[in-house]
Structure formats: structure tokens, C-alpha cells
Design a protein around this ligand. Sequence first.
Ligand SMILES: Cc1cc2nc3c(=O)[nH]c(=O)nc-3n(C[C@H](O)[C@H](O)[C@H](O)COP(=O)(O)OP(=O)(O)OC[C@H]3O[C@@H](n4cnc5c(N)ncnc54)[C@H](O)[C@@H]3O)c2cc1C
Length: 408
Amino acid sequence: MAEFTMELNDEQKEVRDWLHGFAADVIRPAAAEWDEREETPWPVIQEAAKVGIYSLDFYAQQYFDPTGLGIPMAMEELFWGDAGIALSIVGTGLAAVGVLANGTEEQIGTWIPQMYGDANDVKVAAFCSSEPDAGSDVASMRTRAVYDEAKDEWVLNGTKTWATNGGIANVHVVVAVVDPELGSKGHASFIVPPGTPGLSQGQKFKKHGIRASHTAEVVLDNVRVPGSCLLGGKQKLDERLARARERAKAGGERVKNAAMATFEASRPAVGAMAVGTARAAYEVALDYAKTREQFGRPIIDNQGVAFQLADMRTQIDAARLLVWRASWMAVNGKPFTAAEGSMSKLYASETAKKVTAQAVQILGGNGYTREYPVERMHRDSAIYTIFEGTSEIQRLVIARTLAGMPIR
Ligand SMILES: Cc1cc2nc3c(=O)[nH]c(=O)nc-3n(C[C@H](O)[C@H](O)[C@H](O)COP(=O)(O)OP(=O)(O)OC[C@H]3O[C@@H](n4cnc5c(N)ncnc54)[C@H](O)[C@@H]3O)c2cc1C
């Protein structure tokens, strides 16, 4: 087990500073333009690919950092630059993790490189789980995958929504129902290879924030994929379904808890994104408060402003500590007995919303305009309490975990 420390090691500091440089020099200057354009910032992704930030190698290196701090540190720095662009850069990682977690070695080797492309021809990937009637309530998913044994193909039908990179991805990872009797335990994930007939982009959403990240519906109309596209393979699926049926008969408790552990391990990464946005807004507000003069003195000389900044910084640091604790627990296999992963995502996302609103207030009229970045950061921050489980769902998970009740 890696020893706990409050300090990043030299290698981590080096990576953090390198990422910060990219966020400051490449991402932040491009943020306002791509927010207005509401398009995927391909040139920035290309730049990230050239320097090695947009790559499986980089993502895997951070993912397997034995202290657990690699991913939260990377997320905080990139999202400090800009949330919309950073999500365009890390969105592929969400689909890649889906394959890493469930795929065979062959599937990992075949599909993940196609998700990223290369520096001369960058590609993105999408992870499609949410549906119009299955958001928080994942178990009510309707997209069906039916096995055509004669052809060894799976046939997918349904509509996915809110998919980051949906429709523009080279590779889509689609979660679908294979056994409707088993609720979320009857789901399986499929690769939909590039150019597969029947997959199309539905509505592209015009959003409140993170507008440089593409979010769209994905329509699956008799999409046929080879049997080899079922993540983990047919034998593993059949065994898993058989176990789930047995456990469902016995009450289902252990199955639900296994799925929960996965979420607890992934949620701190979203918390770290929120910390990045909150820190960015706080820094702008602090600089502004020190230089803006009213009544013959900098506005930070007023306790009403100074105390807000003190609270903002305290809450950001507290959020980061919760994120780091949960990430450390995940990598060291500690049981999440108080839903510490959900706690970190809940606190960090709520902090980002609050801190960015305070930053707008501290900048006064300027804070309300697109001349200053806090307006965009405030809009961007609203996503953190919604995706990867809303704040209400985090509270539900924490409360049920504390009460020793099953998570539905
Ligand atoms: C920009 C963006 C990007 C996204 N990217 C992806 C992606 O790449 N892939 C993907 O699969 N999904 C993605 N999502 C989907 C996201 O995870 C869902 O929006 C989220 O899970 C909430 O689902 P919903 O929108 O259907 O809201 P609902 O589940 O309908 O919730 C509506 C409200 O009801 C509350 N609520 C629901 N149930 C309860 C309850 N039991 N107790 C208390 N309150 C409750 C919620 O907290 C919320 O406030 C994305 C969403 C957005 C907006």
C-alpha cells in the first residue's frame, strides 16, 4: 500500500506543472471562442494529442498511479483551464475506462487505440448509457440487445441521450438490456465500431454551460455488431447473468454492493473537475478584489468581500481533500463504508456552484459579462451537480450507505 502523504511527489509535481502550463497557455486562451461556437474544439484536442495529453498512455499512467492522485490532479488542472474544452479532452477516457473495466485484452487492444486515433488524425469516443426515461433510474433502461445466434451478431435498438461525443465518436460504447428480468444486472456493454449502419446522431443539445463539449442523442436502429463486440465476451456474460439470477433469488444485496464500489471509485474524478473550475473562479475573484477600488480602497479591504474569499478558499481545499481521500481509498482497495466517493463528488460539485456564483458577485457588473471568465465558469459549474449522478442521488447513496440499506 502506498504511504499516505499530503504532498505530491516530485514526479506528480512535474506532471501537474506540465498540465498547468498546457491549461494556461493552450486551453484557457481558447475557452471563450469555443464556448461561443458550441463546437468540439478539434484543434485543441489535436494540440493535446501532439504533446501527449490526449492519449491512452497518459490516461493509463495517471489511472494506475499507486497513490490514486494522478487522475484527480490531472482533472483539476485541465478543468482549471476550461471545463468545456477539458471535457472534450477527457470524454474519450470515460468510454476507454468502460472497455478497460469490462473488455478482454483483445478488445482493449483493438478498440482503445481507435478511440483516440493519432496526433495527425485524432478521434473521440462516446459512452452511451443514459436514456430519455432512464437517467438517475438506470434500471429502467430500454435499449435492447438481442443475440442472433445464427450470425453470431448482436442487434441493438433504442435511443440514448446526453451522450458526450455521441454521434461524432469513432467508437461508441453502448449499454443495453440483455435480460429485462434482472434490472441493471441484466445490462451489458457493446462496442459499436466506426461506420456501423443504423447508428445515427439525434438531437445535438444547446447547453447552458460546457458548450465546447458535444452532447447529443444517439439513435440505434437495428444496429448489428459482431459477437466479438460484446465487452467481456459471451461466456463471461452468460456466467454473470446466471450468478445474477441466483443472487436475485437470494435477495440481490451483494450484486448491488459490487456495482456501488465502481461508482464510488469513479466519482472523485468528477469532484476533481469541479475543484478545478472552482479554483479558477476563486483565483480570478481574488485578483479582482485586490485591484478593484471603490470608496478609495481595494474592495478586498471590506470584510464582506474578504470573508467570502476566505470561505471560498476553505471550501475548495476541503473539497480537494475529500476527493484525494476517496481516490486514495479507491486505489488502495479500502471499502467505502460511508460512501466517501459520493461524498467527495457531492461536496466538490456543490462547492463549485457556490464559489463560481460568489466570484460573479465579487466582480460586480464585470462578473455578469462574457468579458470575464467567471460568467462562463458559473454556467459550466452547474453540470457537476447533474452528471455522474445528481447531488440528490449522491445524498441518497450516502444516506443509504450510512443506514446500511441497499442502494436501489
Ligand atoms: C452535459 C451532459 C453530459 C452527459 N454525458 C453523459 C454521457 O457521456 N453518457 C451518459 O450515459 N450520460 C451522460 N449524461 C447524463 C447524466 O448522467 C444524467 O443527466 C443524470 O444522470 C441525470 O439524469 P436525468 O437528466 O434523466 O435526470 P432525472 O433522473 O430525471 O432527475 C431529475 C431530477 O430529479 C431528481 N431525482 C431523481 N430521482 C430522485 C430520487 N430518487 N430522490 C431524489 N431526487 C431524485 C434528480 O436529482 C434531478 O434533480 C450527461 C448529461 C449532461 C447534462
